[in-house]
Design a protein around this ligand. Structure first.
Ligand SMILES: [Mg+2]
Length: 230
């Protein structure tokens, strides 16, 4: 029997906490590549795709370059900076209760796991590995590379599930910490499970329209039942 439920997890503040290493890595990489450190003060980067944040920053700083042409070199500089910062910090922190939550789902043959994230693939995986988590358990994924906006990503992951298993999932659950995670779940006809381990409160996530909001992903019987059956 193929799995019936696809669970798609966000990375930042859902799986792990980089202590803003992503923003610091953007600053370092842009200083090295463009000679200007990107400033993200009062810029809402959470829940957006890496290429949206990057392209907006190039434009906001008035750099007279083609951001698309520069993206591969910038990405390489960003990846190098992120790896340096991970080393400086002694690794990133896995979110509370995430390891038993992931283990409970890996052990359930009715569940397939994937990532649905605004990260570029290589740096998203780098963050996961530097948090001491196993990125190989996520087999059906949608990264920043797969869309222009987060709302386009659920169908990408669902199509990847269908390519792997020959059928669509009966149920898709998106797990994330921002209203944008909730929004992309609703846009993709998926169930939104929001977790208040990031900067957004339970109330904000409820108001965004999440089907269920939890404080942490402690793998209670109740939470796993919700994931399997609603
Ligand atoms: Mg997040």
């Amino acid at each position: 029997m193929p799995p019936s439920t696809l669970v798609l997890l966000d990375i930042d503040a859902t799986l792990l906490d980089t202590q803003d290493a992503g923003v610091v890595a953007y600053e370092r990489a842009s200083a090295r590549h463009f000679g200007v450190a990107f400033d993200f003060e009062n810029v809402p980067v959470h829940g957006r795709l890496d290429h949206e944040n990057y392209a907006d920053a190039v434009i906001r700083h008035g750099l007279e370059v083609d951001h698309r042409a520069e993206q591969p070199a910038f990405r390489a500089a960003y990846g190098a900076a992120l790896a340096e910062i991970a080393t400086e910090l002694g690794g990133f922190r896995a979110c509370p209760d995430i390891e038993p939550f992931l283990a409970a789902m890996v052990a359930d043959p009715s569940i397939e796991l994937g990532l649905l994230t605004g990260n570029w693939e290589e740096t998203g995986r780098l963050k996961i590995r530097h948090a001491g988590l196993d990125d190989s358990i996520f087999r059906v994924n949608a990264f920043a590379d797969h869309g222009e906006h987060r709302d386009e990503l659920v169908p990408v992951a669902v199509a990847a599930f269908a390519a792997l298993h020959g059928d669509f999932p009966a149920r898709t659950v998106v797990v994330g910490d921002t209203p944008r995670d909730v929004q992309c779940a609703l846009a993709g006809d998926a169930i939104a499970l929001a977790v208040a381990t990031g900067i957004h409160s339970v109330e904000v996530l409820q108001n965004a329209g999440a089907h269920r909001v939890v404080g942490t992903l402690a793998p209670t019987h109740d939470l796993l039942e919700f994931i399997r059956h609603g």
